[in-house]
Design a binder for this molecule. Sequence first.
Ligand code: EPU
Length: 431
Amino acid sequence: MERYSINGGNRLSGDIVVSGAKNAAVAVIAASVMVNDVSIIENLPAIADVNRLYAIVGSLGVRVRQLTDRSVELDCRDIRSYYASCPEMGELRASYYMLGALLGRFGYAKIAMPGGCNFGIRPIDQHVKGLEALGAKVSIGGGYITAEAEKLTGARISLDVVTVGATINIMLAATMAVGQTIIENAAQEPHIVDLANFLNACGAQIRGAGTNTIRITGVPQLEGRTYAIIPDQIEAGTYLAAVTGTGGDVTVHNVIPRHLMCITSKLIEMGAEVEDLGDAVRIRRNAPLRRANVRTMPYPGFPTDMQPQVTALLCFARGTSIVTEGVWDDRFRYVDQLARMGAHITVKDGRTAVIEGFGRLEAAPLIATDLRAGAAMVIAGLCAKGTTYIDEVRFIERGYEDLVTKLRGIGADISGDVGAEPLIETFIRIA
Ligand code: EPU
C-alpha cells in the first residue's frame, strides 16, 4: 500500500493478535545460515524486512521454502557464497548479521553495508571490536565490510555501549569459535534471548542471554531444528499505546506480558488499566489521559522503538511531558510531521522533546519518515478528529504485519490505498 487514510476519534474495542517479533525473526533467519542442515522457523511475521532476509540468504544459496504464511523451511546445506551483496542488503539493518553468521561458520564474510532507519550516525565499531577480539581481521571499504579468520578463538569482550546488533554479531561468530567467549555489558532485549534459544536448540552452548553477561562455549557444528519466534514486543506496545490514546477496551493476544511491563507501566501512569491474562493483555482507558515523562533505555528500560508512539500519545494529554531519548542521537525527526497536526514539541540537542499537550491534534496529510515514526503517525491519526492521510507507508509495512486489517478489527476507521498520488506534493502544486 502507499497511503493510509484514517478517520480518527473511534474508541477501540475487541481483540487483536500480535505477530512474531521482527527483530527476533531477522536474527534467527540470519543465524540459520550457520546450521549445515534444514531448519524450520515458525511464527514469523509476514513483513517486508523478513522477505528481504529471505532474499539475502537465498542469494547465498539457502533454499527458502515457505510452508505457511507464518513458517518457512531454510535448507542451508548448500551455501555457495560468503559474499552478501544483493540490493536487499542496503535496505535493512539486520543484514549485517550475515557478517557474524558467515564468519562463524565459514571463517570468511564479505557483506554490503547495511541500511535501516535513519537516526543519525549508526556506528559499527563495537561489532568490529568484538569480531577482532575473536581473532578476525575486519576491513571496511568500497561499501563493504569484510571479516576473515583462519580460526576464531573465544575471548572476553566488554562492550563500550549496550548494543543489540554487536551483541548478536558476536554471539553468532562465537557460537562456533574454539573455547569460551564472555560478552560483558551485553544487550538484554527479548530478541537476544530468542536468538540464544534458537541457537541452543540447534546445539550451541550459550548461557546468560537476557542478563548483561553472556557466556558462549564454542561448538564445532549445529543441527537444524523447528523453532517458533517470540511475539513482537513493539507491535504489541504500539497497539497498547493506540488504545491508551483512543480509549476503549482491547485484549491484545499472543504476547509475553513480562516483555511488555516496561511499556505498560508507563501507559498505566498515563491513565490506562492493564490486566495480565497470561498470553494476552487487556487494556482499557476510561480516565483522562495524563501527562508523563519518559526516558528510553536499553531493555528492561522503556524501549526506544516505542519512543515516537508515546510522544504522539502525549500530545493528547494536557500539560507538559518530557521524552528523553537515551539510545539514539537523532530520533525525533518525525516531530515536524506531528507539528503539521498542531503538536507543540520542542526538541533540544536531538535527545529531549518537550511536549506541550493541549488534549487534541487536528488531522493533516503526513509522510511516514521511518518505521516507528510512521506508527506514531497512525496513533496520532486514530486519536485526532478528522481525516489523516499518511504517505510512504512502506516504512510502516517494514515492521507491522497487516496493520490496517488488524486495526479495523478493533474498530479503527483506517484504510490503505494502492497507487495513490503523493498528497503533500499535490497540496504544494495546488497552492
Ligand atoms: N552503537 C555504537 N557502536 C556500535 C553499535 C551501536 O556506538 O558498534 C550505538 C548506537 O549508535 C546506538 C546504540 O549503540 O546509540 C544502540 O544501538 P544498537 O546496536 O543496539 O541498535 P541496532 O542493533 O542497530 C536494534 C534494533 C532497532 C532498535 C535498537 C535499539 C534490530 C534489527 N534493530 O538496532 O530497532 O532501535 O536495536 O534497541 O534489531 C526498529 O525496530 O524500529 C529498530 C530501529
